[in-house]
Design a protein. Structure first.
Length: 194
């Protein structure tokens, strides 16, 4: 079964693309959601996170996201340490999940950090969702109730769009819904034949 990595910068619309692919019959694995689940439910991951960040990393059995993000985004060494725990756990979980997928034309791993995490090396094809930066900023401000300056700062901390696009097998340009849906349908047909 073909494995498809799906990524894009903040506000690009990768979640919309993943949702439509799922509706068309693909198996979709949301790596962000599954990483949070593993950080709360997988004993080895929980122990490693506590070892790295201390007991304050959890509150009532749930990840204390404000504390964790506050620590790791101020200290690159801690971020690398957290990634060294979470990324292999997600990769192994994806492998188990993908092996269980039956009757789907292909599986999709959706990840904002597909290339940075190395997940792209597990994929047969990579799809990058893109949109003009102004559109991405507007979408993110509306979705997150934040400022354009805050979104620009987040974009600056992500992989450059040019590099992401250069590493793509397929690109979906997500400016308007009708065009985006047409591109997804065309890609779905192509991937389903693989």
């Amino acid at each position: 079964m073909i494995r498809v990595g799906l990524t894009g910068g903040i506000g690009s619309g990768k979640s919309l693309v993943a949702q439509v692919m799922g509706l068309l019959g693909a198996g979709v694995y949301d790596s962000d959601r599954e990483a949070r689940r593993l950080m709360e439910e997988e004993p080895g991951v929980v122990a490693a996170v506590v070892g790295l960040l201390g007991d304050e990393a959890y509150r009532d059995g749930r990840v204390n996201r404000k504390y964790v993000s506050g620590r790791v985004f101020r200290d690159r060494r801690l971020l690398e340490g957290l990634n060294a725990v979470v990324h292999p756990a997600v990769a192994a979980d994806f492998e188990r999940w993908a092996a269980d997928q039956q009757g789907v034309p292909y599986v999709v791993l959706e990840s904002a950090i597909l290339f940075e995490s190395g997940f792209d090396r597990m994929m047969d094809r990579v799809v990058v969702v893109t949109a003009p930066e102004a559109v991405r900023i507007e979408r993110t401000c509306r979705r997150d109730g934040t400022t354009s300056e805050a979104v620009r700062a987040r974009i600056a901390n992500q992989m450059q769009e040019k590099e992401r696009l250069a590493r793509a097998d397929f690109v979906i340009e997500n400016e308007d819904r009708e065009s985006t849906l047409e591109q997804i349908l065309k890609l779905h047909r192509l991937l389903s034949k693989s």
